[in-house]
Design a protein around this ligand. Structure first.
Ligand code: NAD
Length: 439
């Protein structure tokens, strides 16, 4: 089928935002290889253009009450990138650096991530321009409830299901669930995932993204024929929030030597291995929830951390960390992306040339959305699983997706990121062709 869509994409796609530029250039690359394969031959130019565009976007400006009684204005977004495979799914980010283009990029990656692990979801993302660490709980609650009511047009258990991302957590999801439920007049746990357990959260969701990162790390080490035992393998983790701390702790529990971790306060290094459980306790007891002042390690910078010699580097903080500038000095043998978009396209090329495998974000951090899916299913059925079942199903889904990416790599001379995106984009493309374009 040929679909004629005027190529007016220039306005939205000529972005200066590096994260959106990364997402778009990865898409262009994946699509160009996909169309050389027999299974991609039926994908028209119009369909390629269609999958590149966000489907719908909402930008909201809204007030929230501050502790001193004043009102302050905030700006937020919610973007549905693609909804062909089902309702859209994606986190909500609170950060001073949020922008509409960044949200578009993250929504696009969610589409590919959900498709790659075969979840019945499209991709979405939301964000508010705010430094969450500069506000009290009461201020965050006021802001979250008003933001939720502003985007209520776009969310719902059958439309779009938010989850936590950078700067948000299970409490944020509880406020959104409550705001939505009070608006419709009855409790709707399935409107968000990543909720606290006592209001319908899933066992294992909090740990799921970090745990999934380690499932992928183990798979990559196995593929590489790594014969050393975990205690002889060194791991470095950038970011010590939900993803980074859970990945570090899982690696530590499995006996790997985690030699460095970092957060906004800097990097912490110990060549004999860090005590991750003690570091997590330290963060939990620290008022700003950071590692600032942690003593049982040498202090290094975040830049130094990325360049430490190690077997595995897990960037789990934010996008755009591995660049053309530092990629030549990275001394990890394997990179497993916990964060979304931590590697810029120029750095990808350098890692490919240097034979460093990068397990891409849409595969490596898909554990979060996978257990979010389990939470949604459990909420809709009001039937809850034990932790063992959650982890067993999670591992099965991630290992299967990993194998499918390897299979695509057998068909085309591409790196893992491109293969993962080709696999995912093809699923969305073929589903779109099957459904046909409305009207
Ligand atoms: P978070 O807010 O819980 O943690 C972020 C961590 O990164 C914090 O420790 C923060 O101090 C640290 N950090 C921020 N800037 C840094 C810098 N310049 N250098 C080093 N550390 C820095 O966020 P999160 O939920 O762990 O998300 C981290 C990344 O993982 C994001 O890219 C997010 O989109 C992605 N992700 C999150 C989930 C999830 O389930 N939470 C799922 C998939 C992907």
């Amino acid at each position: 089928m040929t679909v004629h869509i005027p190529t007016t994409s220039a306005s939205i796609h000529s972005t200066s935002d590096p994260t959106y530029q990364t997402a778009l250039s990865q898409y262009d690359r994946a699509v160009s290889f996909l169309r050389t394969l027999p299974q991609g031959k039926n994908i028209s130019d119009g369909l390629i253009d269609f999958m590149k565009w966000p489907r719908r976007e909402l930008s909201v400006n809204f007030p929230a009450r501050m502790d001193d009684g004043t009102m302050r204005m905030f700006t937020g977004y919610r973007v549905h990138h693609n909804t062909v495979l089902g309702p859209s799914k994606g986190g909500i980010r609170y950060s001073a650096e949020v922008s509409q283009d960044e949200v578009r990029a993250l929504a696009m990656w969610m589409t590919w991530k959900c498709a790659l692990v075969s979840l019945p979801y499209g991709g979405a993302k939301g964000g508010v321009i705010v430094d969450p660490y500069a506000h009290s709980q009461a201020e965050l609650e006021s802001l979250t409830r008003r933001y939720a009511s502003e985007i209520i047009l776009l969310i719902g258990p059958n439309i779009d299901i938010p989850a936590p991302d950078m700067g948000t957590n299970s409490q944020t999801m509880a406020w959104i669930m409550d705001t939505y439920s009070m608006t419709v007049g009855y409790s709707v746990p399935a409107v968000v995932t990543g909720k606290p357990l006592n209001i319908g959260g899933s066992l294992g969701r909090e740990e799921a993204t970090g745990r999934g990162v380690i499932v992928c790390m183990l798979e990559a080490l196995r593929q590489q024929g790594e014969a050393r035992s975990p205690k002889d393998l060194t791991v470095v983790v950038q970011g010590f929030g939900n993803v980074g701390a859970n990945a570090a702790e899982r690696a530590y529990d499995l006996g790997f030597k985690v030699i460095a971790v970092s957060d906004i306060s800097g990097g912490y290094y110990n060549s004999r291995g860090l005590n991750i459980a003690a570091m997590r306790e330290y963060v939990a007891s620290h008022p700003r929830k950071t590692l600032e002042g942690y003593r049982d390690a040498d202090k290094i910078t975040n830049a130094e951390l990325l360049e430490l010699p190690c077997d595995v580097l897990i960037p789990a903080a934010k996008e755009g960390q591995l660049t053309a500038e530092n990629a030549p000095r990275v001394r990890a043998k394997l990179i497993v992306e916990g964060a979304n978009g931590p590697t810029l396209p120029e750095a990808d090329l350098i890692f490919n040339d240097r034979g460093i495998t990068v397990v891409p974000d849409i595969l490596a951090n898909a554990g979060g959305v996978t257990v979010s899916y389990f939470e949604w299913v459990q909420g809709l059925q009001e039937f809850f699983w034990d932790e063992e079942e959650v982890y067993r199903r999670l591992e099965r889904i991630l290992v299967r997706a990993y194998d499918e990416v390897l299979h695509t790599m057998d068909l085309a001379p591409v790196d893992m990121r491109t293969a993962a995106q080709m696999t995912a984009i093809n699923r969305v493309a073929q589903a779109t062709i099957t459904r046909g374009f409305y009207p």
